[in-house]
Write a protein that binds this ligand. Structure first.
Ligand SMILES: *Cc1c(COP(=O)(O)O)cnc(C)c1O
Length: 373
């Protein structure tokens, strides 16, 4: 069993991908061009926002958002303690301070009460200016945006959606990557919509921020690349990657999203009475970047037993961000982070992708049945 089967996905899309790649190579334009423009239009339309600006990866996308908002020294940016490193890494990169917020134990996403507690504690202390919240669509489920939006508005904070794992998910009729004032995603190969290298995108309805991101991602360009009006970076999505994403897109938005949700439902049916389950909120839809269970006390045994039977599994994430050495000089405690500490001891992600076969689900069901009999 594959943890995420990119080969099966390639074989399902082989004709489209091969011809798209060949067309780019024969055309001889490897940076920019039609595929990049077409992809940006397609993704903006799918997400339901005005602007999609592609860039080199999901980490740059987050950083470009903070740059567009001119966030810097003395600013507090609230980030979940339980996420991939990038979400918080970009904050000190613009000289601002990350403030870690706890997550909900059922959804693994930012806890609105914890966010409010941390904002109040920062205001009380009076050293940092609360400026922005980065809410993550962890493992594919959109964060609790109805609640987080209310809090962000009440305190006048910008809301940044880190949709690196959430692309394809939704709340009601609204798609992931439309919930932030700016939202971002990643096209790293193993993400819900992945390319064959690095890639990312920024989404927003705001014309001014979109123009700033377009400038920052090309050396702070003014009227053209050789007119430089601000200090920027070099962060582009390659033409080849855009062509691959276009070739994969229709199946991703259709069959693949249906298939992962079917696998998740099958998993849930046989796991719900024996381990802790990923809870999907009423009206929310996950793109199932990961299917993550919680196992008390015997996670290592379970992981070994699965491995012995040819089933890969991963621990996302084993360490709270506030315990990462890189943040040791920056981190101060503004709220309890106990849920994150507990989750890091218990979580285990199982194989999850659109090409999992029924026989593989049955095998997993039998293994869990035997183990927890
Ligand atoms: C993968 C990921 C990123 C970074 O994306 P890259 O394209 O690898 O830079 C950011 N945030 C989260 C939550 C991620 O999972």
């Amino acid at each position: 069993m594959e943890f995420r089967d990119l080969q099966a996905q390639y074989l399902a899309n082989q004709a489209q991908i091969d011809s798209a790649i060949q067309k780019v190579i024969l055309g001889g334009q490897f940076i920019g061009g039609d595929p990049v423009k077409q992809l940006e239009e397609k993704l903006a339309d799918y997400v339901g926002v005005k602007h999609c600006i592609t860039c080199a990866n999901g980490t740059d996308a987050l950083q470009l958002a903070l740059m567009a908002w001119d966030i810097g020294q003395g600013d507090a940016v609230f980030v979940p303690d339980f996420t991939f490193f990038s979400t918080a890494e970009v904050v000190p990169w613009v000289q601002a301070t990350p403030v870690f917020v706890d997550v909900d134990k059922d959804t693994y996403n930012m806890c609105p009460e914890s966010l409010e507690e941390a904002i109040e504690a920062v205001l009380q202390e009076g050293k940092l200016r609360p400026k922005a919240v980065i809410a993550v669509d962890l493992f594919g489920q959109p964060a609790d945006f109805p609640a987080i939006r209310t809090i962000a508005d009440r305190y006048g904070l910008q809301l940044l959606e880190d949709g690196a794992q959430g692309f394809g998910g939704s709340i009601g009729k609204r798609m992931a990557c439309s919930f932030g004032d700016i939202s971002t995603t990643s096209f790293f190969p193993a993400k819900p919509l992945g390319c064959y290298g690095d890639g990312g995108a920024v989404f927003t309805d705001n014309d001014e921020w979109a123009a700033l991101v377009r400038s920052y991602k090309v050396h702070g360009k003014g009227n053209n690349k050789y007119d430089n009006v601000r200090i920027g970076m070099n962060s582009r999505l390659d033409t080849l990657q855009a062509a691959v994403l276009l070739a994969k897109f229709d199946r991703f938005a259709g069959e693949e999203m249906t298939a992962v949700n079917k696998v998740a439902m099958q998993y849930t049916q046989f796991l719900q009475d024996i381990v802790g389950m990923p809870v999907i909120r009423e009206g929310f839809c996950s793109s199932w970047a990961q299917y993550t269970i919680k196992v008390k006390n015997h996670r290592d045994d379970l992981q070994r037993m699965l491995a012995a039977n040819g089933i890969p599994s991963m621990v996302y994430y084993s360490k709270p961000l506030h315990e990462q050495k890189a943040f040791s000089n920056l981190h101060r405690l503004y709220c309890s982070l106990d849920n994150t500490v507990e989750l890091c001891q218990e979580v285990l992600s199982l194989p999850m992708h659109p090409y999992i076969q029924n026989a593989e689900v049955k095998k997993l069901q039998k293994l869990f049945g035997d183990m927890f009999a």
